[in-house]
Design a protein around this ligand. Structure first.
Ligand SMILES: Nc1ncnc2c1ncn2[C@@H]1O[C@H](COP(=O)(O)OP(=O)(O)O)[C@@H](O)[C@H]1O
Ligand SMILES: [Mg+2]
Length: 257
């Protein structure tokens, strides 16, 4: 399995395009634009709040490795998960999506599919209470809930209201149809799903057959090897793109296999 390393950050915290597909109206011309607060981005470790350096480079490396593997297989959809909470799953998803959007010929859609502990809107300082769950429950138009977080070529779909039957909703024909529509529409777009930890909730395992591939985030000094083995065994029939060795304190090795 490929391993890509992202560093431990200690510096902070202490286009108009339209489609109407089978009722899924995705009109980027009406996407709400959020004005980011650069101090908040930095506090939240979002790379667009940082100047160039090793912190950004690690995510650029992660992006290039992911896109090379995904392009080779013509994969567009990537779910990001971890073995347990607080590993850096959501931050990896956000920073990877931003790095992809930094490529001038790519666009990225970042979907918060963690209804248990949604984080993506908060990371960017976006105030909203609607998102994916409102589409799944109430047929709310996806286009009306997409937000540009002030970064070119990146669009965010927040999680929305809590879902008590999230596993069933994520596996529903409606969700599967949405994923397929999103990925078939724009060839240059990567779609990143921020998921709950795979060992603590069955949402991720239930949903992973509907994405092209999965990236597993592990944390230096915290993720146990038997947890990692367990996660790998659960994902044995899924395309696992690799692992992200997050919060690495070794700043000398940019990446390794
Ligand atoms: N590489 C990193 N270096 C330093 N802190 C990190 C790193 N990755 C994540 N964190 C911090 O760890 C905490 C948990 O991250 P988060 O992405 O919310 O985890 P998860 O989604 O796995 O629960 C956050 O405070 C986040 O800023
Ligand atoms: Mg999270």
């Amino acid at each position: 399995m490929n391993t890509i390393q992202t560093l431990a950050d200690k510096t902070s915290q202490a286009g108009a395009d339209e489609s109407n597909l089978d009722g899924i109206n995705i009109a980027y011309s009406q996407t709400r634009v959020h004005t980011p607060n650069s101090q908040l981005l930095k506090e939240n470790r979002i790379i667009s709040g940082f100047t160039p350096g090793p912190w950004l480079e690690a995510y650029r490396m992660l992006r290039t490795r992911c896109l090379q593997s995904m392009d080779a297989m013509e994969w567009k959809t990537l779910a990001i998960t971890s073995t347990s909470g607080k590993t850096g799953n959501s931050l990896t998803a956000a920073n990877l999506a931003i790095s992809i959007a930094m490529e001038l010929d790519r666009t990225a859609l970042l979907v918060d599919a963690n209804f248990l502990n949604p984080a993506i809107a908060k990371l960017f300082g976006i105030q909203t209470d609607t998102g994916l769950s409102d589409y799944l429950l109430h047929d709310k138009e996806i286009s009306s809930m997409l937000i540009n977080p002030g970064i070119d070529r990146l669009v965010v779909l927040p999680a929305g209201k809590p879902l008590f039957n999230s596993t069933e909703m994520l596996r529903s024909p409606k969700m599967v149809r949405l994923v397929n529509e999103l990925k078939s529409r724009y060839p240059s777009r990567a779609i990143i799903f921020d998921m709950p930890p795979i060992l603590s909730h069955d949402d991720t395992l239930g949903f992973s057959p509907y994405v092209d591939c999965v990236l597993l985030v592990v944390e230096e000094g915290r993720t146990k090897s038997d947890e990692l083995k367990h996660a790998a065994s659960l994902l044995k029939d899924i395309n696992v793109l690799g692992t992200v060795f997050n919060k690495s304190t070794d700043h000398t090795i940019p990446f390794h296999d």
